[in-house]
Design a protein around this ligand. Structure first.
Ligand code: NI
Length: 255
């Protein structure tokens, strides 16, 4: 059995409505050591907290995703701060910049991203960062505020990765490393020092081969670890053990 810590999941998603309880119940017997469920707005952050109340292995992150910032009211920072006081809340996330889906509100995205980083720093919590087609602006903000945290579902080049490592942040890798056209993610995996690696699903999305296109789940991280192990000339167990240790250190969770 593989021992897995999934640092980024969305089990509150409707894709899990039909069998959420059965699936999550099965995890304690399938080697899942921990899962961080990430909020994308207030409602999903509350649902993440609820899930973390229900399962010992479940932790939560609270925050506003760039695609959801239109839902952030005037007092959103106070709301996130209040939610973050939950004892299972281990990070502010997912937060960041996304110029792929939405390009016409860049300044607003940057403001909300920055305000949430400042909150995370104040609370001494790591951030879980989403960055899509926005690596320059993301790096600029991270360099300025220097939070602890991870670039999740990392889609940048090796050069961008090196900038992230200079900031002492982690790189989150998932299903994309197993895709047929995965040249850049595999280069990143190859060059990434093992002590900076986190594993994640981003489920229900980003299923690794052989489940590509289907609903993702934390146990499938085995396929991701296997692929990363292959390019790094390590064993799958070594990759999993190292990534679990990294997650435990960054999110201060005793495994
Ligand atoms: Ni996500």
């Amino acid at each position: 059995m593989d021992f897995i810590f999934d640092t980024h999941a969305h089990y509150n998603d409707k894709a899990f409505d039909e069998d959420r309880t059965a699936l999550l119940d099965s995890f304690s017997e399938s080697g899942i050591l921990g899962v961080i469920n990430c909020g994308t707005d207030i409602e999903s952050s509350k649902k993440s907290i609820e899930l973390s109340d229900q399962y010992d292995f479940m932790y939560c992150a609270v925050g506003f995703h760039p695609e959801d910032i239109n839902k952030a009211g005037e007092k959103y920072i106070e709301q996130i701060k209040e939610l973050s006081k939950n004892k299972k809340c281990v990070a502010i996330g997912e937060i960041g910049l996304d110029y792929y889906w939405v390009k016409d509100n860049k300044e607003e995205q940057k403001r909300i991203f920055t305000e949430q980083i400042i909150l995370a720093n104040e609370l001494d919590l790591p951030v879980i960062v989403h960055s899509r087609d926005a690596h320059n602006d993301t790096l600029e903000i991270l360099k300025k505020y220097k939070p602890k945290g991870v670039l999740h579902c990392f889609s940048g080049s090796v050069e961008v990765m090196k900038e992230v490592l200079k900031l002492n942040m982690y790189i989150g890798l998932g299903g994309t490393v197993t895709f047929k056209n995965a040249r850049v993610p595999l280069e990143v995996a190859e060059n990434l020092p093992p002590d900076r690696l986190l594993l994640e699903t981003d489920c229900p999305y980003m299923s690794p081969v052989p489940y590509r296109g289907k609903r993702n789940q934390s146990t499938y991280i085995s396929y991701v670890a296997e692929k990363i192990a292959e390019v790094k000339n390590l064993t799958k167990e070594e990759i999993l053990t190292t990534a679990n240790k990294n997650a435990s250190e960054l999110f201060r969770i005793n495994l």
